[in-house]
Every structure is written in C-alpha cells, then in structure tokens.
Design a protein around this ligand. Structure first.
Ligand code: CMC
Length: 388
C-alpha cells in the first residue's frame, strides 16, 4: 500500500480502528461505546462511565461496586511520592507536577506484565485512584499545607473536591463535578490520546503512557485552552469590550480560546451541557461575573466565524463551572487529566489487544550528498537574534 499525501496534523487520516467512542462533527453527536453523551451525563456516574470505556460494557451492580471499592482502596499516595512532591517548586505548573508524579508511579510499580489481566486491572485502578489525590496534594502542598487524606464514604467526584477544598462539598457541586468528569472522559483520537497510543505501542508501562498523555494535554491548543479561556474573559473585562477584543484577534489572526475544533463544525455537545451546568450552579451559588461576557462572546464569534464552523468547544464553559466549584484556574487542565485518564487507559488496553508499533513515515525536504565542512571553514547559519 502507498499513501503519499502529506496531511498536516494528520487531518482525516485514520490511525487506528476503535470501538471506544464516536464523534459526528456535523451534527454535534458524541457517543461512548455507542451511548450518547447526553444520556451518560444524565444517568451515569463518572466511575461507571470509566468502567464502560475501559472494559467495554456497562457494569452490573456487583461489578461497579467492586471497581469503586478497588479505586477507594488505592487512593492514598506513598509517602515517598509525597516527599518527592515537596521538592517541586510552588510556582511550577500543576500539569508538570502531575506528569512527573504519573511517571514516578512507574518507579514504585515497576513490574511490567502486559499480557496479565491482573496487572492491567491493577494499573487501571491505581492510575484512576491516585491521579486525583496527586492533583489535590500538589495544590495543598504548594500552599504549605499537608495533603488531605481521601475519605472512603465519599464518591469519586465528592472526594476530590473534599481533598482540594478541605471540606465536604455541597451535593449539587459534587454531582455537577461528576458530570464534568464524565463529559471529559473520552474523545476519540485527540492529541493526548494519540500520544498515549503511540507510547503504548512501544509496550512500555502504563504509567509512562499516562505521563506522556498528560504532557500532551497540557498545551493551549488542547486541554490547556480551558485555563486560557478564563484569562481571555478576564482580559475582556466587560460585555462592551467583546466586539473590540474580537476585532483585534481577527485582525492579528490569533485564535480565540475555547472556540473551534478539528472535528466539530457546530457547537460541541459537551459545551451545551457545560453551559447548562454553569447555569444550575449560578442559580444556587450566585452568578459568575464572566458569564455574560462568555455568552456575548459566543454570539459575536458565531456571527463572525460561524460560516467557518467555529463554535464553542468543551473548554469554553468548563472553566466557569470549575471556578464556581472553587477550583483554581491552573488546576482546570489537571482536572481534565483526571477525567481523561479513563479514556487514555481504554485506548491503552485497546492498543495492546492488537498492537503494532507506530512508525509513520515522512516526506524528506533536506539535501543529499552534502560534504562535511571542516570547522574552521564554516559560516554560522544561526540568526544572531536567537542568542541575544
Ligand atoms: N479562533 C479563530 N479562528 C479559528 C479558531 C479560533 N479558535 N479555530 C480555528 N479557526 C480558523 C482558522 O484561523 C482557520 O481559518 P482559515 O481557514 O481562514 O485559515 C480555520 O478556522 C481552520 O483552523 P485550523 O487551525 O486549521 O484548525 P485545526 O483543526 O488545525 O485546529 C484547534 C483546531 C482546536 C487547535 C483550533 O480551533 C484552535 O486553536 N482553537 C483554540 C484553542 C482551543 O480552544 N483548543 C481546545 C480544543 S477542543 C478540546 C481539546 O482538545 O482540549
């Protein structure tokens, strides 16, 4: 087979066969294992959805209880991981801390038995259990406080908010956070999932797989956009400033954060659900000062860029929900990682089932048959400004 056309960003190029999730970008449909995301957001829980993604079918009551129990029993961190975290600079980004911690788990659980279902199950449980604890622990430790121990009587979502804010969350807040996790759990072959698959295809350990995906998620064109959206709303400051801000972006050809998607050409269905979750929270706990700016921004962008299919993506309204839940802005992307760990693990398992190492090709644009030039005869090819 020959496939010689170069597609920047691999747009439209299938890189795998998968039965985990499906996106119809024209009609704004997202399904996990064939179940519509709206239905899962309404009826499921994050842990149940994670089970569905990773093991391929909704669990029975006993299977769900067992999975929940296993996760609960593995939520604590080894004291050496906590000691390692104490050495992290407080000013470091929590995504970098999370990537380091996820990779460090590989040091403690070094046995690699990718054909052993018990090993696979233990790795899934450990990663799902410990990633939220690591995110919350870093938040408390950078403020100079001891991490809060997880509580077994709380759900996955409620326990994370409890470890983060050091108090039991309001039930509505916990329920809404759980839905946010479900919405972010999986999304076909996005950049971080592709990264996890490439890493998995080398048959390395699952901690390395998740660490590489965390590093990929961190960028502002991917998961990091949720943080940038809040910075953008802060900068805009008032509803009246929306149009001039947009004019400026369009003139400079800069991207508007939280808008646009490689696959969706309509509003992302997750953005619609997140917007309604934000409104539910505002009704109970008060309106966010940036909400009106966000709504005005959505309208203005649709008028100017709707013809190109540029509408809000998942990252546009999520930050407004997280702010109301008391989550600091630079933890928005780590929270995305907590949820997406389940999708990465589902793809890791799927990759192992029919593995072939990823080894694409390139279209070489360099020279051939060049001579080696002795050092005293070389002229610098560096632009001097690089070094000034
Ligand atoms: N603001 C303004 N114009 C945009 C935007 C945007 N946010 N997104 C795309 N466009 C325009 C782009 O300028 C281009 O126009 P033209 O054809 O006239 O040159 C056209 O739409 C196609 O854009 P592209 O950059 O080729 O699209 P892509 O599929 O390579 O990039 C994207 C997708 C999500 C990286 C991009 O839309 C973007 O940078 N958005 C802002 C960052 C963001 O919100 N990222 C979160 C993505 S969704 C969740 C996630 O992955 O975490």
């Amino acid at each position: 087979m020959t496939f010689c056309e170069y597609r920047p960003g691999l747009e439209g190029v299938p890189v795998t066969q998968s039965s985990i999730s499906f996106v119809d970008g024209k009609n704004g449909i997202l399904e996990y294992r064939g179940i519509n995301i709206e239905e899962l957001a309404r009826l499921s829980t994050f842990v149940e959805t994670a089970y569905l993604l990773i093991w391929g079918a909704l669990p029975t009551a006993d299977e769900l209880e067992e999975f929940q129990h296993e996760i609960q029993s593995h939520r604590r961190l080894k004291y050496r991981i906590r000691d390692m975290m104490k050495c992290f600079p407080e000013s470091g980004h929590p995504m970098d801390a999370l990537q380091a911690c996820a990779a460090a788990l590989g040091l403690f659980y070094s046995r690699r038995a990718l054909d052993d279902p018990t090993y696979i199950r233990a790795a899934v449980v450990r990663l799902m259990a410990k990633i939220p604890t690591m995110v919350a622990a870093f938040q408390l430790m950078r403020k100079g406080n001891d991490p809060v121990q997880p509580r077994d009587d709380l759900s996955y979502a409620a326990n994370f908010l409890y470890m983060l804010n050091e108090r039991e969350p309001d039930p509505l807040a916990a329920q809404i956070f759980d839905i946010c996790l479900t919405l972010h759990a999986e999304h076909t072959i996005n950049a971080s999932t592709f990264s996890s698959m490439v890493t998995a295809s080398t048959l390395t350990d699952p901690y390395g797989v998740v660490a590489s995906a965390v590093g990929t998620l961190a960028g502002p064109l991917h998961g990091g956009a949720n943080e940038e959206v809040i910075m953008m709303l802060e900068e805009i400051g008032t509803v009246e400033n929306v149009e001039p801000y947009l004019d400026n972006c369009l003139e400079k050809k800069s991207k508007i954060m939280g808008f646009g998607h490689r696959v969706y050409k309509v509003k992302d269905p997750r953005a619609t659900i997140l917007q309604s979750l934000a409104e539910q929270l505002f009704e109970k706990f008060g309106r966010d000062e940036y909400y009106d700016i966000a709504v005005a921004m959505e309208k203005a962008v649709a008028e100017r860029l709707g013809h190109k299919g540029i509408y809000p993506n998942v990252d546009f309204y999520s930050g407004l929900v997280y702010r109301k839940l008391g989550i600091p802005t630079d933890l928005f992307t780590p929270v995305f990682a907590i949820a997406r760990t389940s999708g990465w693990l589902a793809h890791w398992k799927e990759q192992l089932n029919e593995n072939r190492i990823f080894r694409p090709t390139q279209i070489y644009t360099g020279n051939h048959a060049q001579s080696y030039i002795p050092i005293e005869k070389r002229q610098s090819s560096q632009d001097e400004s690089c070094w000034s």
